[in-house]
Design a protein around this ligand. Structure first.
Ligand code: FES
Ligand SMILES: [Fe+2]
Length: 420
């Protein structure tokens, strides 16, 4: 069934725990239960359905045989470049008795050999050989009608755009361009504009909260001006700055866009306890941005359902992959990148600014802490409901940050996926 359009006049159904609300508020009350109790089936519904899941960058598996192991929702996959240059995404599950045949995070292989009974597959997942297939001295072995070509690895549908690899468990997923929609595709292509990408480094952290709280956090401009001393004080992202929130027609994808401001007191910063007029940087090079894209936005954070955040903050670029582990934990896997054509100076700049991000990032460590606190409050009060009513109860694009509209859009889509 097609996801509902956020512009439709029909009032969205209430989430659990929000019965009896005025129709105009139904998108904005979120029961703790759907947020926190992400059962195995809910993770599988979100990730195994007809959607494009971020897997890796082309640059990570640049040469034939290069592979990267990844986890999409509850299932592990291996993305591998085959001798023809194509990228295959294979389920990391041996066709014999289900062993995960690949345990290296990254590497280069000519074929995959399952360690358990050494069934061997080519890089397209085709079964090449089964030890003792004909038995030994006429005894045992596989049945005469056992056919290798009927027992390959499961292959996912794959699509690539401008150096980014996506996969889907469903054969019926619409083309990526339509899945993202025109507006989101425009923002995606702003960073992934076809130039060759290079990987600058990785960070990985486990955050003790439900995976959806990560999406809430990045779709939530309201907190940025209040929680983050660093962002607010140095004007990287603040609600008195020119900004916008845009979504696709389903609300499942969004961008927060803003333009950098100054470290100066005004009537907005006076309401922000996080603003510290007397804080200075010992080394201002940490933040010095260099304009590199058309337009005046200096930060664009894009959230793509169900597992990708594309980060552009000043000159630091990264994909952040959301990997749910269990209802109360997810991994956030950061891949920092630049362009092959970057000057050494730009590469250094990207790396310096990456200090804002990651588990110990000057900005993002606050977010991890906030998610931990939210999860703790949700876990201990399961019947309670959360309020996401900044900017009203409706779901639509905005040209300011005093709103939770993108969170409402996200949960509307989640309800649709879950049939809630
Ligand atoms: S489980 Fe892989 S070869 Fe047996
Ligand atoms: Fe934040």
């Amino acid at each position: 069934m097609e996801p509902p359009d956020i512009r439709s006049k029909a009032a969205p159904k209430a989430l659990a725990g929000a019965d009896g609300l005025r129709p105009d508020l139904r998108a904005s009350r979120i029961g703790s239960t759907p947020i926190a109790t992400s059962s195995r089936s809910s993770r599988s519904a979100s990730f195994a359905g007809p959607g494009w899941l971020y897997v890796c960058l082309d640059a990570e598996i640049a040469n034939p045989g290069d592979f990267k192991r990844s986890r999409l929702g509850t299932r592990e996959v291996v993305a591998v470049r085959d001798p023809s240059g194509e990228v295959n995404v294979l389920l990391n599950r041996c066709a014999h008795r289900s062993a995960q045949f690949c345990s290296a995070t990254r590497g280069t292989a000519k074929e995959f050999v399952c360690p358990y009974h050494q069934w061997t597959y080519d890089l397209g997942g085709k079964l090449l050989g089964v030890p003792f297939r004909r038995g030994y001295h006429g005894q045992g072995g596989m049945p005469a009608d056992f056919r290798l070509d009927e027992h390959g690895l499961q292959r996912l549908a794959v699509t690539r755009r401008h150096g980014v690899v996506f996969a889907s468990f469903s054969k019926d997923t619409e083309p990526l361009e339509r899945y993202l929609g025109e507006t989101m595709l425009g923002y995606f292509d702003r960073v992934f504009d076809g130039r060759e990408l290079v990987v600058l480094g990785y960070l990985r952290q486990r955050i003790p909260s439900n995976w959806k709280l990560m999406f809430e956090n990045i779709k939530d401009p309201y907190h940025a001006s209040l929680l983050h001393v660093f962002l607010v004080t140095f004007g990287l992202f603040r609600l008195d700055q020119k900004s916008a929130i845009e979504m696709d027609t389903t609300g499942r994808h969004a961008v927060l866009v803003s333009r950098r401001g100054e470290q100066q007191e005004n009537d907005a910063t006076r309401q922000m306890r996080a603003f510290k007029a007397n804080f200075t940087l010992r080394d201002p090079r940490l933040l010095e941005p260099l304009r590199e894209y058309a337009g005046d936005a200096t930060v664009v954070m894009q959230t793509l359902w169900p597992n990708l955040i594309v980060q552009q903050q000043s000159n630091t670029l990264a994909t952040r992959q959301i990997v749910p582990i269990d209802p109360g934990n997810f991994d956030l896997a950061w891949t920092f990148f630049g362009y092959a054509e970057d000057t050494p100076d730009m590469r250094q700049r990207r790396l310096r600014q990456a200090n804002l991000m990651g588990p110990a990032g000057l900005v993002s460590l606050d977010d991890s802490e906030a998610m931990l606190l939210s999860q703790a409050g949700i876990d201990s009060n399961e019947a309670a409901e959360c309020i996401a009513e900044m900017g009203g109860g409706a779901i639509h694009d905005e040209s300011h940050m005093v709103t939770e509209t993108a969170i409402r859009g996200f949960y509307q889509h989640y309800r649709h996926i879950m049939g809630l």
